[in-house]
Design a binder for this molecule. Sequence first.
Ligand code: SAM
Length: 264
Amino acid sequence: MTDEPRADVVARLRAAGCVFAEEEAGLLVEAATSVTGVDEAKLESLVEQRVAGIPLEHLVGWAEFAGLRIAVGNGVFVPRRRTEFLAAQAIEAARTAHPVVVDLCCGTGAVAAAIGAALPAAELIASDIDPDATRYASLNLAERGSVFTGDLFDALPPWLLGRVEILVANAPYVPTDDIATMPSEARVHEHRVALDGGADGLDLQRRIIAGAARWLAPQATVLIETSARQADTTLQLLRDAGFDAHAEYSEEHEATVALGRAGA
Ligand SMILES: C[S@@+](CC[C@H](N)C(=O)[O-])C[C@H]1O[C@@H](n2cnc3c(N)ncnc32)[C@H](O)[C@@H]1O
C-alpha cells in the first residue's frame, strides 16, 4: 500500500496541530510515492512544508470535490466541501440536460467540473480574474469546457449574451475586516482576491447580480453561495434586480445558496 499512514509522519503532523493527522500522513506518503517506492527526501520536504502551515491540497496538488480530484496549487483557492452544495443546487436547477452554464469566479473550476460530471451534455464556461486560478481551471475542465481570464462578465465571449441558463458563483464574500480572523491556511496561502468581499463582503455579489441580466436566457437561474448571516442581503440584492429569489440551506454542508430565477 502506498497510502498507509506512517507513525513517524502522523506524530509530526499531530504535534503541528493537524486534526486529521492520519489521513494527511497517508496522502503525503502517497504524494511522495512512485513506482520505485517512497521518495524519502520528497516526503521529508512535504512534511516540513505541511508542518509550516502550507495547505495539504497545495502540497499534494489536488482537492476532493464532489467525488472528483480537482487540481490545485500555490496561492489558488482550495475548493471547499461546503461548495458541493452550490454545485448540487445548480444541477437541480437545470431545466434541460444540456444547459449553458457559466461558473463566474471559478477558481479551480471545481463547481463547473462537478456540474459537468452530473450533466455530461452541459456547455461549461468558467472564468476568473486570477490567471493562476484559470490555469488550474483549464486543467480541471480540459476538453469539457472553456475557461477565460478577466474581471467578472468582461471575461466572457459576446456569443453568451442572452444565452446563459445557469449562472453560478462562489465569489469572495468575506468582509475585509474578517480576513484577519481566518485560518492562516487561507489568509496566508490563498490569494487575497479569492477571499476579500469588501466592507460587508458583498461587493462582488452586488456586481454579479447587477451585471447578470443581459447575459441570461429567459427563465435562467442565478445561484450564489453566501453565508447564513449574509443571505438576507444577497436575496434582497437579487429581488431588487428583478429576480424571484429564495435561499436553500444545507445543515450537512453548513452551506447557504441564494437562488434567483429570471422572468420569461
Ligand atoms: C472564494 S473563491 C471561489 C473559487 C471557486 N468558485 C470555488 O468555489 O472553489 C473566489 C474566486 O473569485 C475570484 N475573483 C475575485 N474577484 C474577481 C473578479 N473581479 N472577477 C473574476 N473573478 C474574481 C478569485 O480569484 C477566486 O478564484
